[in-house]
Design a protein around this ligand. Structure first.
Ligand code: UGA
Length: 451
């Protein structure tokens, strides 16, 4: 099938590459010339395992092209995916200007039937706005072409995006019950047929319900995390190991094991933004989502917990003290630092007077960029960007682990002990067994494990 993808961010690029891999003829549009130049020269603007190989293979096969040409992009795809950003507005609601601009562009150029797919995470009712915007552009041109707007939210996780797309646990498609809507549904069914061969993974619903499903999924996952983080803080006080509790409750199939890890708080471009946006939607309908407000508040507090543990152990005034931080990305296998807990920790330790050495296996370049925005020049001078995990440790009082990269899971503890001034580890992701750490001669502070 001939597909156009508007926006080459995480979702757009992964969707485009994977649909090309399935044999479709894909046209990726982005208005950022530098991004398109990079993609056309074989580069990939994001760190995502496996993505570069899929893009390269399909470029070589002529199944994927990258361009800034709007008219050509509209002419190309029978199905037009809108996968542009929906950053939070000042009030927390999703900013739809890029989504609506994409709809306008399609309306300004299309001549025949098109399926418009909202892939971006968009609030309930956006499908209607996309429809109205596109129709307005068509009417202004006096063109009578028909179209249908479909909602097909994406559930891929950064760091596992290609795998998630190629092996989806569900495909959610919202469409209208009109003749155009049914035609669009038939085209979507054909497009996703390769995923439904062994068993049907598609859930068909109306557009609004599909839009809502995405927010409900992310909000539910964020709720589980905040719930566990809150219990972990209590576990710390009452002498309970939250990891044992996680196993104990996760084995109940009604609860399940995933997304029950207490830690340094959730970050990234999705959970914080989507929880806020759903709260905002509720407020517009005069409803206060009490649970989600708490989820957000708990998460904001949780990002401070690691730093508070350091301060409790080393004192309110950390002047003259130096700390090693392992892990800056909001989670492993990405260089993304949006809403990353490490940013809060760095700020907290610097505010208390400390200096820090930071290390991340892939996010160093992003860390330099982001910390330069977060910090003043004086503060930035108190951050050393280390060249390796070991390099970060030299002369530090203690090690603080914020992201659970594989490379940090079985480190050389003897070396760590030699390089640190004190054998103290603050583990924001509960990577190690507290008993084993004590046996290895460490003072170990996990999250919810002060047993
Ligand atoms: C999330 C969802 O998991 C995807 O299904 C969704 O498609 C995506 O948002 C999106 O809306 O685009 P992502 O933000 O990439 O994916 O990352 P997650 O793996 O969900 O992790 C989010 C945050 O939660 C991370 O900071 C992670 O460290 C934290 N987390 C996750 C925990 O603290 N505990 C857990 O048990 C799981």
């Amino acid at each position: 099938m001939k597909i156009t993808i508007i926006g080459t961010g995480y979702v757009g690029l992964v969707t485009g590459a994977c649909l090309a891999e399935l044999g479709n003829d894909v046209f990726c549009l982005d208005l950022d010339q530098r991004k398109i130049d990079l993609l056309n020269s074989g580069g990939i603007p994001i760190h995502e395992p496996g993505l570069a190989e899929v893009v390269a293979r399909n470029r070589a096969a002529g199944r994927i092209q990258f361009s800034t040409d709007v008219a050509a992009s509209v002419a190309h795809g029978d199905v037009q995916f809108i996968a542009v950003g929906t950053p939070p507005d000042e009030d927390g609601s999703a900013d739809l200007q890029y989504v609506l601009a994409a709809a306008r562009n399609i309306g300004q150029h299309m001549t025949g039937f098109k399926v418009i797919v909202d892939k971006s995470t968009v609030p309930v009712g956006t499908g209607d706005r996309v429809k109205a915007t596109l129709q307005e552009a068509l009417t202004a041109r006096g063109v009578a072409a028909t179209f249908s707007v479909v909602s097909n939210p994406e559930f891929l996780k950064e760091g596992a995006a290609v795998e998630d797309f190629m092996r989806p646990d569900r495909i959610v498609i919202g469409h209208d019950k009109t003749p155009e809507g049914e035609k669009a549904a038939a085209m979507m069914k054909k497009l996703y047929a390769p995923f439904n061969r062994n068993h049907e993974r598609t859930f068909w619903m109306d557009v609004r319900s599909a839009e809502f499903t995405k927010y409900a999924a992310n909000s539910m996952l964020a709720t589980r995390i905040s719930f566990m983080n809150e219990l972990a803080n209590l576990a710390d006080r009452v002498g309970v190991d939250i990891e044992a509790v996680r196993h104990g409750i996760g084995s109940d199939p009604r609860i399940g094991h995933s997304f029950l890890y207490a830690g340094a708080g959730y970050g990234g471009s999705c959970f914080p933004k989507d929880v806020q946006a759903l709260e905002r939607t509720a407020r517009q309908y005069d409803q206060d989502l009490l649970i989600l407000r708490a989820v957000e508040a708990v998460n904001d507090k949780q990002k401070l917990v690691l730093g508070q543990k350091v301060i409790k152990r080393f004192g309110q005034d950390l002047s003259g003290q130096h700390f090693a931080i392992w892990g800056l990305a909001f989670k492993p296998n990405t260089d993304d630092m949006r809403e990353a807990p490490a940013r809060v920790l760095v700020r907290q330790l610097l505010d208390a007077g400390a200096t820090v050495a930071v290390y991340d296996p892939v996010a160093m370049e992003e860390a330099r960029r982001v910390l330069a925005l977060d910090l003043s020049a004086d503060e930035l001078a108190r951050v050393r960007f280390a060249s390796s995990p070991t390099d970060a440790l030299s002369g530090a009082e203690a090690l603080v682990i914020v992201t659970e990269w594989k490379a940090f899971r079985s480190p050389d503890f003897v070396k760590i002990k030699t390089l640190l001034k004190h054998a103290v580890i603050f583990d924001g992701r509960n990577l190690f067994a507290p008993d084993a750490m004590v046996d290895a001669g460490f003072e170990y502070h996990g999250i919810g494990r002060s047993i």
